[in-house]
Unconditional design. Structure first.
Lengths: 168, 168
């Protein structure tokens, strides 16, 4: 993927998830089941990665060390947009980078500050983004059922599009 | 799990997802990535399974035939509740059951009606439910940061609880 294409894809992703601070992040857990938990998005990097902060001692760190595959889901407050990000996660303890990103409110998670020995940067390299924009009317929103019944068309779950990232 | 415990767990799950008609369902796709897509929940069965309708020809059917592991995520409209259901999915074409569950609006998805040869019942057997109830104030909601900074306690992402299903 040439840089300008990647820039456009990243800009589009930023637009899609604007105003959705919390994602559900699914990992492959040690019991081999798929677990998800809410995480606060720290930033979207220009290199097409999502950055979250977590703890080295957390379950999700253990999970992605074992199996890096993750899905990151964003749902808008109004339920009119669903975004699925497929990628691979890595977790690093990087005090210099924590200092760079540090914000005083982070002390809530890292009582020892940017030097907290348990701090971890959870980075998801994005492979693919799928998203659904759903019309705002609640009836139509429930998958266009009413319109589809009226017109005889098969219901569509809003607009579905895919952004593929990577070197292709 | 004795029946009364399972009944209580199912009742609790129904309460948690009440008013959240659409879930994001994550599967392990053929390209080995974790993909998610919105699905409309049909019902929660008393035997601790989630039922969705889909098509035999859909990608998610292919995915779970290859690898049955799924995660089903529910997020409330207000963003004050996050629910993760871990389980295993099976897909069946069952015309008798489709007739039982049939609702005229379903013709939007299945133009040939309950006998549609591509109809499929997507059933998730629940192994585990994790959920987070987040206080409604937006500032506190963002992971209790403000309160935690004030009190010096490590921030908690709202109340986190787990319901384990199964024969244990």
């Amino acid at each position: 993927m040439v840089q300008s294409d990647q820039d456009r894809a990243v800009a589009e992703l930023r637009r899609l998830i604007d105003g959705i601070p919390v994602a559900m992040v699914t990992t492959v857990a040690a019991d081999d089941a798929l677990h998800a938990r809410p995480m606060l998005l720290e930033r979207v990097e220009r290199d097409a990665s999502l950055v979250f902060l977590t703890h080295l001692s957390s379950q999700k760190t253990t999970d992605v060390h074992r199996d890096p595959r993750v899905n990151v889901t964003f749902i808008s407050d109004k339920g009119d947009r669903y975004v699925s990000v497929s990628g691979r996660a890595s977790v690093t303890h990087d005090v210099a980078r924590m200092h760079e990103m540090w914000n005083p409110t982070y002390r809530a998670w890292f009582p020892k500050g940017a030097d907290d020995p348990d701090s971890a940067i959870f980075t998801v390299t994005i492979d693919r983004v799928d998203y659904w924009d759903v019309p705002s009317s609640r009836l139509v929103r429930l998958w266009g059922v009413v319109r589809a019944v009226a017109t005889g068309q098969v219901a569509e779950a809003g607009e579905h599009d895919t952004i593929v990232f990577g070197s292709g």
